[in-house]
Design a protein around this ligand. Structure first.
Ligand SMILES: Cc1cc2nc3c(=O)[nH]c(=O)nc-3n(C[C@H](O)[C@H](O)[C@H](O)COP(=O)(O)OP(=O)(O)OC[C@H]3O[C@@H](n4cnc5c(N)ncnc54)[C@H](O)[C@@H]3O)c2cc1C
Length: 286
């Protein structure tokens, strides 16, 4: 049996120092994934570095120019209920509300979920659809990456040793936006078999821009510029929605797993996409 040291620093630089000094140290956020992995003995870290006392990782702040900064330690419940998530940013609240069960949402954090990078998780597709930036800090200083560059593969991100996700920045979206996070799961509270994150820019009732991203249908969130181009600026007939869904299904790279086969996922994508776009339009601009 391995002895595991527990650290609970108050400063971000201390946490980064502890993680950099020991390549078998692990940060602890909400523990909803990490503790399950420890219990299953999938991991035996030499040290655990709790992020709970670090004030620099907490809070939701509006910044100059209309961006919104969300600290890495913000829980899913706080985001689901946040009045700061308005317009296009509502998409993130919708995704947060669909994560697991209340107990998981009350403890799990956006930083932990983003760093874990489960392809079936709900935030990655929403963050890519929102063109969010992931803020990172480590032994070599601060950097940030667009979400679509941060997620690199199955449980794999651009994080280097000793680096932490410190926050997520949502850039201002379209002035009027309609959103929908559509998730198909085997039962309520499960990870997605497939999900679709939609942000539509609206002007006088017309769709002027569209971001559509699939979750659970590849090792990273899936996008199709062609699908977005045929939604934006066109009358959204059944045929147009079907074509957009087919383009996304063709771009997807799903696998067979306990939540569904690759063939099943490809088959349901067009219907999910059409439902997501119609639901966003029915709801209208937030
Ligand atoms: C039963 C169950 C159902 C779930 N259902 C869903 C679901 O439907 N949808 C969904 O999206 N998720 C779901 N989850 C996962 C949940 O969202 C977790 O909250 C999330 O994956 C991890 O967040 P956490 O804060 O608990 O991180 P932790 O468990 O503390 O950490 C997760 C990993 O990230 C690392 N880490 C934590 N914080 C940081 C940071 N700031 N920087 C760098 N690395 C960090 C840890 O070392 C660890 O490797 C579910 C989990 C459970 C247990």
């Amino acid at each position: 049996m391995t002895d595991t040291r527990f650290h609970a620093p108050e400063r971000l630089d201390e946490a980064i120092g502890l993680l950099t000094a020991d390549d078998e140290a692990r940060p602890l956020a909400g523990g909803q994934t990490l503790v399950a992995m420890l219990n299953a003995e999938l991991l035996r870290p030499r040290a655990i570095v709790s992020l709970h006392r670090i004030a620099a990782l907490k809070g939701v702040e509006r910044r100059a120019g209309g961006s919104l900064w969300i600290g890495a330690m913000t829980t899913h419940s706080a985001l689901a209920a946040s009045a700061e998530l308005r317009g296009a940013h509502r998409l993130l609240a919708e995704a947060a509300a669909r994560i697991g069960h209340e107990a998981i949402r009350n403890r799990g954090t956006i930083g932990g979920a983003v760093a874990h990078a489960d392809p079936s998780a709900d935030y990655p597709a929403a963050l890519v659809a929102l063109d969010a930036e992931i803020e990172i800090e480590g032994p070599r200083g601060k950097r940030s990456l667009p979400a679509h560059q941060f997620f690199r593969g199955f449980l794999t991100t651009a994080l280097e040793p000793g680096e932490l996700v410190t926050g997520v920045v949502l850039l201002p979206g379209p002035a009027k936006a309609a959103t929908r996070f559509e998730k198909l799961a085997r039962v309520e509270g499960d990870f997605a078999t497939a999900s679709v994150a939609v942000v539509l820019g609206l002007d006088a009732g017309r769709v002027t821009s569209a971001r559509l991203t699939l979750g659970g249908c590849g090792s990273v969130p899936i996008q199709s510029i062609e699908a977005e181009q045929i939604i934006a600026g066109h009358t959204l007939s059944d045929a147009v929605l079907k074509k957009a869904g087919e383009l996304l299904a063709a771009a997807a790279d799903p696998i067979d797993d306990v939540r569904g086969t690759a063939a099943y996922r490809r088959a349901i994508i067009p219907g999910l996409v059409a439902r997501a776009v119609r639901s966003a339009l029915a709801k209208g601009a937030a």
